[in-house]
Design a protein around this ligand. Structure first.
Ligand code: GCO
Ligand code: MN
Ligand code: MN
Length: 386
């Protein structure tokens, strides 16, 4: 019943299941997995697609002949399995050149190189059929304010995004650009730290319709923000282009935990929101197995992400169909026609009537029954209802 299938649109990055378990204190604990091997394993597990950074597939310094050979092998694996590559992204964080930013480096050589790398990644993605281009400005930030860069960075970032969108149009690639906010790590502070700040930036771009969000569970959670609300706002703006699912404890380093490993209730309401929102893009897991794991643990991790999603989806369906939940929600949203007639678009008559309004005292003393409603959610999650 909870078996992942391609129609569920689950995707993983080559860098996620391929994560070799390095951390700031310890070296790699797992061997690198070949991209074509990852494709076969993900297909076996029932995933829909695999996403990649340019360098996950084509390491820096690869010769054109080698590049062609790698691509041939990778495409063959995609053909054999039917796995898709819905999203690509440029690695703008590993190269030492990017230590003070890539698209917002103070050095125009570095900015130009970061842009060149982005255009080449768009070319690569187009060859693989990708339609979504993620921009994660992980190095676009600072530890030092003395440079005054915080005032200039927006302009450079905007310039680069405008250039990339124009290039995509010029080439007929048809990309939709998904911007991924994160508050910190690897920089002390990253510019554009939240879904809200990315949404505000999009309105200042030349082709705002081509830009949306790639929000990540861990990123809003690190900052102590509510990820469900962030996704709801992106949906409201018509800007949920992609999503990075994982888990995270608040105020910690970037943990990239298996989906549902930590915040089950928030994950439940996230799946509830996504599944009822009409979002039909990939459900991408940007997470990795714990450093304690060998390769067996990696595939257990990947399968776990997808199964938890499907279990929560089923629980969300049962919760929404529970007659007690429905009755509580009917009452919660009950709307008397009298005040409703005073709301909505402005008119001078409505303004007059509003000023004459007296709030019935019962509106102050009413209860909203949220304790009962929340307990029903908990009981569904604990498996004693539905
Ligand atoms: C992180 C980010 C990255 C990006 C990826 C795609 O915290 O490291 O989430 O994993 O999602 O680079 O742009
Ligand atoms: Mn992340
Ligand atoms: Mn991410």
């Amino acid at each position: 019943m909870y078996e992942p299938r391609p129609e569920h649109k689950f995707t993983f990055g080559l860098w996620t299941v391929g994560n070799i378990g390095r951390d700031p204190f310890g070296e790699a604990v797992r061997a690198r997995l070949e991209p074509d091997y990852v494709v076969h394993k993900l297909a076996e597990l029932g995933a829909y697609g695999v996403n990649l950074h340019d360098e996950d597939l084509i390491p820096r310094g690869t010769s054109p002949t080698e590049r062609a050979a790698i691509l041939r092998r990778f495409k063959k694996a995609l053909e054999e399995t039917g796995l898709k590559v819905p999203m690509v992204t440029a690695n703008l964080f590993s190269d030492p050149a990017f230590k003070d930013g890539a698209l917002t480096s103070p050095d125009p050589w570095v900015r130009a190189y970061a842009l060149k790398k982005s255009l080449e990644t768009m070319d690569l993605g187009a060859e693989l059929g990708a339609q979504i281009y993620v921009v994660w400005p992980g190095r676009e930030g600072a530890e030092v304010e003395a440079t005054g860069k915080a005032q200039k960075a927006w302009g450079w970032f905007r310039e680069a995004l405008n250039f990339m969108a124009a290039y995509s149009e010029d080439q007929g690639y048809g990309y939709r650009f998904a911007l991924e906010p994160k508050p910190n790590e690897p920089r002390g502070d990253i510019y554009l730290p939240t879904v809200g700040s990315m949404l505000a930036l999009i309105g200042t771009l030349e082709r705002p319709h081509l830009f949306g969000l790639n929000p990540e569970f861990a990123h809003e959670t690190m900052a102590g923000l509510n990820f469900v609300h962030a996704v709801a706002q992106a949906l409201d703006a018509g800007k949920l282009f992609h999503i990075d699912l994982n888990d995270q404890r608040m105020s910690r380093f970037d943990q990239d935990l298996r989906f549902g490993a930590e915040n089950l209730k928030a994950s439940f309401f996230l799946v509830d929101l996504l599944e009822h929102s009409g979002y039909d893009g990939p459900r991408h897991f940007d997470a990795h197995a714990l450093r304690t794991e060998d390769e067996v643990g990696v595939w257990a991790f990947a399968r776990g992400c997808m199964r938890t999603y499907l279990i929560l989806k089923e629980k969300a369906r049962a919760f929404r169909e529970d007659p007690e939940v429905k009755a509580l929600l009917d009452e919660y949203y009950r709307a008397d026609p009298e005040p409703l007639a005073l709301l909505g678009p402005y008119s001078p008559e409505k303004a007059q009537k509003l000023k004459a309004l007296t709030l019935p005292e019962v509106r102050r003393s009413r209860g909203y029954a949220l304790e009962a409603l929340d307990q029903l959610a908990v009981e569904h999650l604990l498996g004693v209802r539905g």
